[in-house]
Design a protein around this ligand. Structure first.
Ligand code: CMP
Length: 143
């Protein structure tokens, strides 16, 4: 079954949006298989955002993601990678549609509340980077 990696960024945690965000994915019908609140090291941040390392915003991005606790999650379900991105909205919250997480709660591209993997291959890389296999629960809803 397809899996994706999502992380509520420090702004989302500080603004008490964790429950709201988890509720949206539960209500949609996806299955939570990994969840932890953690302080991100600079090493992890630089690996996670490695594709952006030549961009001018990279130092600020690493500073921000390491500035406070992050809630890292793995969600499972049919088409979850693309669907989770739709729920998140566009990278720039000012361009995100109302009803999306960024559209409803953000205005600043550097404080855009949540990260979501952009493709199935990226999701696998990010899950492997953030989680040990024993931190993930393989389960299927039966109720
Ligand atoms: P995210 O989905 O986590 O992936 C890369 C992040 O870089 C993105 O969300 C934004 O938070 C950030 N980002 C992208 N473009 C810019 C920009 N122009 N200025 C600041 N941050 C940016």
């Amino acid at each position: 079954m397809e899996r994706t990696f999502l992380a509520v960024k420090p702004d989302g945690v500080q603004r008490s949006l964790v429950g709201e965000i988890i509720s949206r994915y539960e209500a949609k019908g996806f299955t939570l298989v990994g969840l932890k609140l953690m302080q991100v090291s600079r090493e992890l941040a630089e690996q996670h955002y490695g594709e952006h390392k030549e961009r001018p915003f990279f130092p600020g991005l690493v500073d921000f993601i390491t500035s406070g606790p992050v809630v890292a999650m793995v969600w499972e379900g049919k088409g979850v990678v693309a669907a989770a991105r739709k729920v998140i909205g566009s990278t720039n919250p000012l361009e995100s549609d109302p009803g999306t997480i960024r559209g409803d709660f953000g205005v600043d591209i550097g404080r855009n509340i949540i990260h979501g993997s952009d493709a199935v291959e990226t999701a696998q890389r990010e899950i492997d980077l953030w989680f040990k296999s024993e931190e993930l629960a393989a389960w299927e809803p039966t109720l």
